[in-house]
Design a protein around this ligand. Structure first.
Ligand SMILES: Cc1cc2nc3c(=O)[nH]c(=O)nc-3n(C[C@H](O)[C@H](O)[C@H](O)COP(=O)(O)OP(=O)(O)OC[C@H]3O[C@@H](n4cnc5c(N)ncnc54)[C@H](O)[C@@H]3O)c2cc1C
Length: 372
């Protein structure tokens, strides 16, 4: 007898499951995917979309189309609560959904706690859709002669956003804006010195300023306050302050990790509720906590799909092995990149070309699911 499988989110960790929905449905199972958008954007190409290297269509998957084409149900909504005892989901619209097996790929969100008061012209780097709105506003402001941009956050996404804003203005023949990154105590402090140096030099060559030494305490429309008492005026502010897992697990009282991610064992399974699985940024992998990078979400795919199948039909669960070091390439705009893996680090155009090639291949592979 068929079972009810519900997927929360159609993100990076669900790609293989989404590609195989028709086989689950052919075996008599009902599959429902819930998501707040009919498309899913590939974040690795988000900064490139901001800089107009890519169109929005190039970097997104048609989630609803892929689900419905295979006989599944797509529900345009967001999950707000999980009731693990009743095996039910409550949605933002107030509707409820029952499941036998649940898979969570609800991603992560940029922390908004620094914002106070007016939010006009403040954008965050996630969801990736917000980069589209920011792009439109950047061009409007620059055309009106207002182009002081502040980016709050000292990680790679702030560097990628800064470099791609520079590229966007250059492409439109607009005056280069004054772009300042407020990195907190140190810029890209998680990364080796050589990587930081290459990124810094690439940005500074294009006049992008990095302000380090103090956290940003408060952000309001048009202004930043630093913890050391300094303040800074800006026409547009980006928040790139790092991400936290979706709050739905902590809100539902499920066992979670320190930041609120769904606690999962080596089978990507909630130890307290074995019919609940998860992958990507929204989980806390008990055995060895993982960085919030798409690489892990992508690596989890086959194991997550296998274990969902086993939960529906029986068999032996597979453990997830995170694997070794992963390749990082940052797209710094204007055709420049920085690549890092293990002992290998280099910057410039070759790094960008390689990232562009890998990202386009990834998209091609999964966009193929959309074809009739
Ligand atoms: C600007 C930027 C650039 C990045 N570049 C890279 C890179 O080059 N390489 C790399 O490895 N990593 C990169 N990352 C990190 C990467 O974005 C994340 O690790 C990756 O997105 C995690 O994938 P995910 O599927 O878990 O989450 P997400 O991509 O956030 O997807 C989650 C999905 O769940 C849906 N959802 C959210 N809440 C709900 C809800 N309540 N109910 C139902 N559905 C919901 C969302 O709509 C979305 O479709 C980048 C991040 C940013 C911000």
């Amino acid at each position: 007898m068929g079972k009810k499988l519900v997927l929360i989110g159609g993100g990076h960790a669900h790609m293989v499951t989404l590609a195989n929905l028709s086989s689950l449905i052919a075996n008599g199972h009902q599959v429902t995917v819930v998501g707040p958008s009919e498309q899913h954007y590939y974040s690795g190409m988000g900064p490139g979309m901001l800089g107009e290297t890519y169109s929005p269509e190039t970097i997104r998957f048609a989630t609803r189309k892929v689900v419905e084409k295979q006989g599944g149900t797509f529900v345009l909504d967001a999950v707000s609560r999980i009731d693990p005892l009743g095996k039910k989901l409550r949605l933002a619209s107030g509707a409820t959904l029952e499941y036998d097996v649940l898979s969570c790929n609800a991603g992560s969100q940029v922390t908004q706690s620094a914002i106070s008061g007016n939010r006009e012209d403040i954008f965050s780097v996630k969801p990736i859709e917000s980069l589209q709105a920011a792009q439109k506003r950047l061009l409007e402001l620059a055309a009106g002669g207002r182009s002081r941009i502040a980016i709050v956050g000292g990680g790679p996404s702030s560097a990628e956003v800064a470099g791609n804003i520079h590229q966007l203005m250059y492409r439109h023949g607009l005056q280069p804006p004054k772009i300042s990154i407020f990195s907190g105590p140190a810029f890209m402090k998680r990364f080796p010195a050589k990587v930081v140096d290459l990124v810094r030099k690439s940005l500074e060559r294009r006049g992008i300023e990095i302000v380090a030494g103090s956290y940003v305490r408060e952000v309001t429309s048009g202004r930043l306050e630093l913890a050391d008492g300094r303040s800074h005026q800006a026409d547009l502010i980006f928040l790139a302050v790092g991400v936290k897992p979706s709050p739905i697990f902590a809100d539902s009282g499920l066992p979670v990790g320190p930041e609120g991610g769904l606690l999962v064992n080596r089978f990507l399974q909630s130890p307290a509720h074995p019919e609940i699985f998860g992958g990507g940024d929204c989980i806390y992998f008990q055995d060895s906590p993982l960085d919030k990078v798409g690489v892990y979400a992508v690596r989890e795919n086959p194991v997550l799909f296998h274990n969902l199948l086993v939960s529906l039909e029986g068999g032996e669960l597979q453990p997830f092995a995170p694997g070794g070091d992963y390749l990082l390439i940052f797209n710094l705009g204007d055709g420049e990149g920085v690549l890092h893996k293990g002992w290998l680090t280099f910057g410039g155009r070759p790094a960008f070309i390689l990232k562009d090639y890998i990202d386009r291949q990834f998209m091609r592979r999964f966009q193929a699911m959309e074809q009739d």
